[in-house]
Write a protein of this length. Structure first.
Length: 335
């Protein structure tokens, strides 16, 4: 595993001689827990957006051939928010997208993990505080998380179960503002290692079709069935007044798996909103929201495709119910 990141991944525990470099660093501790060889290439002060000295994410990515690695962990973002020149969320997302694309061009099967930044208290007591460019910490961290999702990279968000808070900052941060103390870095590594191990169970091998046909389409390869599902999701969402754009992976790999999950989530959200609106506009309709099956395995087989097809059937039935409710209402208005 190669790790690219800033001072926290490098191992900075605070300021001054009484805060030496972490030993072990977060990457080293992750490697120890997982039994992996780790190449820690983190550099202090770096960020995603390459808007200054040429040592940030993109220049770092360009230094390495990622075919030599199985996993990459990215740990940037706090300096994009904290440090001048301040990065915009657009600059951060653009750099992330380009860097991840380069990594995958070197090694299409590499597993890419994104660790969101830990909190910074440079500008205030919570993540609503804004920096000198008027960007809040929440906005910046949300942008990083969304970009990771858009690029099908699992992301770890410390805000879901924080180790560091404003109340405990003097105990958890060596400088009281940014850099976690050694004990906290050890806890961070334990959490990240456990998270990565769970993700690896889901990504240990490319998606391979056990039974590359569906009952409804005998003789049709699984890749075509997956493509059909995505096409039907797009059509359903457009019927509901939304949009869903995607790039179809060339193979049945983890990118396809994550795309199918994202498509199903988008379809569930679209049908939820549409039915909610219909039930408000036509209170008599009482249309039930279908609960769509969410992919949770790395094997596209007959049962997998059948469940995806049932998702489309359920949504089309709900769309028909909404159309009938609107038609009935119009007839009642005429009468």
């Amino acid at each position: 595993m190669i790790v690219l990141g800033d001072s926290i991944m490098w191992g900075q525990t605070g300021s001054g001689s009484n805060h030496p470099r972490a030993n072990p660093t977060i990457p080293q501790a992750i490697g120890n827990q997982l039994g992996w060889e780790v190449d820690n290439e983190a550099i202090r002060g770096t960020k995603y957006a390459d808007n200054r000295d040429g040592q940030d994410f993109i220049p770092q990515v360009n230094k390495f051939n990622f075919k030599n690695y199985d996993v990459v962990l990215l740990g940037y973002g706090i300096n994009d928010f904290d440090n001048q020149p301040y990065a915009s969320t657009t600059q951060v997302q653009d750099a992330m997208t380009k860097g991840i694309a380069k990594i995958r061009s070197d090694n299409p099967t590499i597993h890419i993990y994104v660790e969101l930044p830990t909190p910074s208290y440079v500008y205030g007591a919570d993540d609503g505080a804004v920096n000198g460019a008027g960007i809040s910490q929440r906005t910046m961290y949300d942008a990083i998380k969304q970009c990771a999702k858009d690029n099908h990279c699992p992301a770890y968000d410390w805000r879901d179960n924080p180790l560091i808070t404003y109340a405990n900052r003097n105990q958890t941060l060596g400088d009281g503002q940014i850099h976690p103390a050694q004990a906290v870095q050890t806890q961070m590594a334990q959490r990240l290692a456990t998270w990565i191990a769970e993700e690896e169970k889901q990504q240990q091998q490319p998606i391979t079709p056990n039974k590359p046909v569906t009952p409804a389409n005998p003789g049709k390869p699984a890749i075509a069935n997956a493509a059909d599902y995505l096409s039907q999701v797009k059509a359903c969402i457009e019927k509901l007044g939304g949009s869903f754009d995607y790039t179809l992976p060339a193979e049945l790999n983890r990118a396809m798996y994550h795309l199918l999950k994202d498509a199903t989530k988008a379809l569930q959200s679209a049908i939820n909103l549409a039915i909610q609106k219909t039930n408000i506009d036509y209170p008599f309709s009482g249309i039930n929201v279908p609960t769509l099956w969410m992919p949770s395995q790395l094997s596209i087989n007959a049962d997998f495709i059948d469940k995806l097809n049932k998702n489309i059937d359920a949504v089309n039935e709900a769309i028909a119910e909404m159309q009938n409710a609107a038609l009935f209402y119009r007839k009642m208005m005429i009468i």
